[in-house]
Design a protein around this ligand. Structure first.
Ligand code: R1P
Length: 289
């Protein structure tokens, strides 16, 4: 049965609604970044760029790095955009754009987030790199999908207890990255950790400018929590949604973090662009191996 017009939306040229892409435009390896300006900072290393398109915050370029075809796409900030990006990326490979039916054979994408992040552990310094082995999401996105089978409920429960989690906030969920991609992208110079994904940048990450927080000890409690000897290492705004939806849809995902702030030490990188550029080069090299 074809999917209805209101559910899977195609533009007049047949492309998918927000990303504005046709299946032929997408590579099977997709790098996701938050900032649209970061797309070119990646593709300037490419041998060749074959395609570029931008709609809203979603800017895509597809090309080749050392002969490997890669799409680079900006998502803007936050898990709400990840819901759009992951569903439309999946549609590009797993829905037939002519018949509008789900294909019988499912294709798995390799999805690599290259983003910035703040460490909450003193010993993970600014300008270091960190791979998210798993993520804890405070965004609630995954609970809209049938997803309990991919969540670590025991972990989330212990976490909620440790923080005395305020019930009006979305229930935390815990999901893992792709073991295969982590194995491919890791090296002794890169930290591995557990990333907390927040629904905002200020209050939801414990920042106080002018208004009081529901729990002004949240970051201390995040930093002191441990489950099976695993501590929460860093904060950002997309990883849990990328990991959760990738797993549900059958894609492989990894989140590569450039640590540009250390919230525990109160420090910020002197040259965050440089740190991001180095993480880009590191990630491209590992991918091309
Ligand atoms: C907040 O400043 C943004 O920076 C981080 C957060 O996840 C959020 O998107 O990542 P990016 O640098 O990839 O956007």
């Amino acid at each position: 049965m074809p999917i209805e017009a209101s559910e899977f939306i195609q533009n007049s040229d047949g492309s998918v609604y927000h990303l504005n892409l046709l299946p032929k435009h997408l590579a099977n390896t997709v790098i996701l970044v938050g900032d649209p300006d970061r797309v070119e900072r990646i593709t300037r290393h490419f041998d060749k760029v074959e395609f570029k398109i931008k709609k809203r915050e979603f800017y895509t370029q597809t090309g080749y790095y050392k002969g490997k075809r890669i799409s680079v796409m900006s998502t803007g900030i936050g898990p709400d955009n990840i819901d759009i990006v992951l569903n439309e990326l999946d549609a590009l490979v797993n829905i037939d754009f002519e018949t509008r039916e789900v294909k019988e054979e499912i294709t798995s994408l390799d999805i690599i987030r290259i983003g910035t992040s703040g460490s909450i552990q003193k010993e993970i310094p600014v300008d270091s790199f960190l791979i998210s082995e798993s993520a804890i999401g405070f965004d609630g996105l995954l609970h809209f999908y049938e997803s309990e089978h991919i969540q670590n409920a025991e972990f989330a429960e212990a976490f909620s207890e440790h923080l005395n989690w305020f019930k009006k906030k979305a229930a935390p969920y815990v999901v893992n990255g792709s073991e295969n991609l982590i194995f491919r992208m890791e090296s002794p110079k890169v930290y591995k950790g557990l990333t907390a994904t927040n629904i905002g940048f200020y209050g939801p990450q414990g920042r106080i400018l002018r208004i009081a927080l529901q729990d002004n000890k949240m970051n201390d409690k995040l930093a002191s929590f441990a489950f099976n000897n695993k501590k929460i290492t860093n904060l950002e705004m997309e990883t849990s949604a990328i990991y959760g939806l990738s797993k549900l849809l059958g894609h492989n995902a990894i989140s590569m973090n450039a640590i540009i702030a250390n919230r525990a030490a109160g420090t910020f990188s002197k040259n965050p662009k440089n740190t991001v550029d180095e993480l880009i080069q590191y990630s491209l090299e590992q991918l091309a191996k």
